[in-house]
Design a protein around this ligand. Sequence first.
Ligand code: NDP
Ligand code: OXD
Length: 322
Amino acid sequence: MDQDERHIVVVAMPAGDDPGTWIEALRPRLPNFDVLSLDAATDTARVAYVVAWKHPRGALARFPNLKAVFSLGAGVDHLLSDPDLPVALPIVRVVDPDLTSRMSEWVMLHVLMHHRQQRLYEWQQFEKIWADDATQPAAKDVRVGIMGLGVMGQDSAHKLAMMGFDVAGWSRTPKTLPGIETFSGDAGLGSFLARTQILVSLLPLTSATRGILDLGLFRQLARDSHVGGPVLINAGRGGLQNEADILTALDEGLLRAATLDVFETEPLPQTSEFWHHPAVMVTPHNAAISSPQTIAAFIADQIEAAEDCEPLEHVVDRNAEY
Ligand code: NDP
Ligand code: OXD
């Protein structure tokens, strides 16, 4: 094929972010394509695929011959919130065992951190206090509830159940999972929350889930946890949580503690109270990050398959989810 007939794969990132790592990871895997940054893709008619993470709004509407858009992550809210996203295009998200395992590591770490009161013992070590907590329950007596029983939520649920926790999950549609109590839809939410002592949010951000983690929801959580109140752990999206409500709930004792990986504004502003709140653990939206090599292999395989007229995998069902 002539150089000026080759299809282009564009890596689209926010202005100011360097797409170089992703371009380098994709190029050797897509030798028949030109892999370019958004700025370099001036021959817009040749652009067949876009690989995107928080692209500038409207940027994808410039490409008349796009065949598919790939999210660089599992979440697609950054794509679907673009009002100029071409309507008929397939949107593919990352579903990758490496990404999923990393999320489960993070979820288990923070469930255990709260369950075993690690922060208390860190403080005690600092103060040279030798004191144990004779009331520490076994994992089987601790009820963890996972909001979102998709790829991430199911893996975390199974791994927590393997550790002995009493695990339940909540999803949009009903599910049957061995060893996990399941709830679904608006009708199941109240019962799910009423049994939950440690709440883990692994929901996507959609019009139905935006702001769901608010005071009204925190009030419905079980209050009988051995740490003195419910715990919130959110790695879904910052838009799921009402941050003022989290602070109020912590102040009023509706929540005992929180671990937050995602925020309404990222990076978390320097002025945020979360940075120094004694009951809050902050991680910088890195609960699950796969290496560019792993994600590039996943995307390149899909592009090659699409070129061979094979169906794309993990295409987002826009009607079901948003
Ligand atoms: P999936 O699409 O596989 O799962 C989403 C789950 O949420 C499904 O069980 C779905 O229910 C449920 N859900 C969606 N909408 C609702 C609703 N309105 N009410 C109740 N349940 C609902 O996504 P993943 O598990 O792969 O990822 C989940 C999210 O995790 C991503 O969208 C992303 O935002 C976040 N994420 C965060 C990362 C981080 O580092 N912090 C890394 C990777 C992902 P049903 O099955 O019935 O459709
Ligand atoms: C994702 C993320 O969606 O990293 O994959 O947040």
